[in-house]
Ligand binder design. Structure first.
Ligand code: PLP
Length: 383
């Protein structure tokens, strides 16, 4: 049952596809792959994957771990390539076979394991060019080339500072990557995430791996590249009341009114994945005004200062916490978090999800109209 008193995450699949085309066009010579890890940044990998796969150019997907790959394979069918960033582990090799997943190899042990268990099957190599998170070291290139049975179809690395085009680390990683990639002439080369794809064409190599920009948050700190909002988080007002000067709001009494205020209490909180860091810092768009969050965000409630709304606020009105009227990057900046965190925090607790009881309802649209049931699949059915 769609409940009027629940928060909603409305997702525009047409805007998602528009962002894909726009960012892909920045590196026209490169294939544009889609990163749909973490349930497509909280927006639902099934619907997002199906929508992206309607575009002829979108033929390669990346997930973080193999269970995500298996679920994505069931959603998007046999054709697209699905790469798994975290690499192959012995207990998951059967899933790689059953769902035709391609591992991203991060260690020599993984290379040997996969070559032994699936000789000749395609594999990607991830070289660490400075991120110091995952990947083979540059010095391991010759050792990994010597592993027999390994069929390397993609060589990749990951930029540490892609959101800042002027950062010197980008050029340093590009040249380190070029040196390594030259050792694998037959393989596709991939270095850039959505930020990297916007730094300059030479970062595009053969393939870019697009994530956050698809989902409507800016990949660049400067926000110099236009991205359409994709997700809209709204929550209903469940009580309206007046507050006198000198009174305080919420846990810890961290906000004191300096004059009479009209408050709107909204049904959303950190239990829904909305960050407590928004306390006394975030804002929501309500009845034509941007209303400050006053006091602390509680588990399932947020109080807004709705004194200045042009239309008087009433129970049932919906406040927008991110979306077309409250850009996710503005909300993130005000709250001291990043767009990625707002999306995955709220989306990670959205329902219906097998085994999880979050109350945020995801709804899918294609522009202004509800998306076709074919995109929505299990996501759209109520738990
Ligand atoms: C998450 C991730 C991406 C996508 O990054 P965005 O900044 O979201 O575009 C690309 N490559 C790797 C290795 C990643 O982990």
């Amino acid at each position: 049952m769609m409940a009027a008193h629940n928060p909603r995450l409305d997702i525009d699949l047409a805007a998602l596809c528009a962002n894909y085309r726009r960012i892909a066009a920045a590196c026209p010579a490169a294939e544009a792959a889609a990163v749909v890890k973490c349930d497509a940044y909280g927006l639902g990998a099934e619907a997002v994957g199906r929508a992206l796969a309607t575009m002829e150019d979108c033929r390669t997907f990346f997930v973080a771990y193999s269970e995500e790959g298996a679920a994505l394979r069931e959603a998007i069918g046999p054709k697209p390539r699905i790469f798994v960033f975290n690499g192959p582990f012995p207990e998951y090799l059967s899933a790689y076979r059953a769902y035709r997943l391609t591992p991203v190899i991060n260690t020599i042990e993984q290379a040997r394991l996969f070559a032994r268990e699936a000789p000749g099957a395609p594999a990607a190599l991830h070289f660490d060019t400075g991120m110091r998170r995952l990947g083979l070291s540059m010095g391991e290139a010759d050792a990994v080339s010597a592993v027999s049975g390994l069929n390397v179809t993609l060589v990749m690395s990951h930029l540490a500072c892609a959101s800042d085009p002027a950062h010197p680390m980008n050029a340093a990683q590009l040249s380190a990557f070029a040196a390594i990639a030259g050792k694998f002439p037959a393989a596709q080369k991939s270095l850039a995430s959505s930020g990297g794809a916007l730094i300059g064409k030479k970062f595009g190599c053969d393939q870019v791996r697009l994530g956050v920009g698809l989902y409507g948050a800016s990949p660049l700190d400067e926000r110099s590249f236009p991205i359409d909002p994709v997700a809209r988080l709204t929550a209903p007002v469940i009580q309206v009341h007046d507050m006198r000067a000198g009174e305080t709001v919420g846990y810890g009494a961290t906000f004191t009114a300096d004059r009479a205020l009209r408050l709107a209490t909204v049904s959303l909180g950190y239990g829904d994945g909305f960050p407590r860091a928004a306390s006394n810092r975030g804002k929501a768009h309500l009845n034509g005004a941007l209303c400050p969050i006053v006091g602390r965000v509680s588990m399932d409630l947020i109080v807004l200062d709705a004194t200045k709304t042009p239309q008087p606020v009433k129970v049932g009105d919906r406040a927008e916490f991110f979306g077309p009227n409250r850009l996710i990057d503005d909300q993130a900046a005000d709250c001291g978090v990043i767009g990625y965190e707002l999306l995955t925090g709220v989306g990670g607790l959205a329902r219906p999800r097998r085994g999880l009881g979050g109350r945020v309802e995801r709804r899918y649209f294609w522009g202004d109209r509800p998306a076709d049931a074919g995109f929505v699949g299990d996501e759209g059915k109520d738990a």
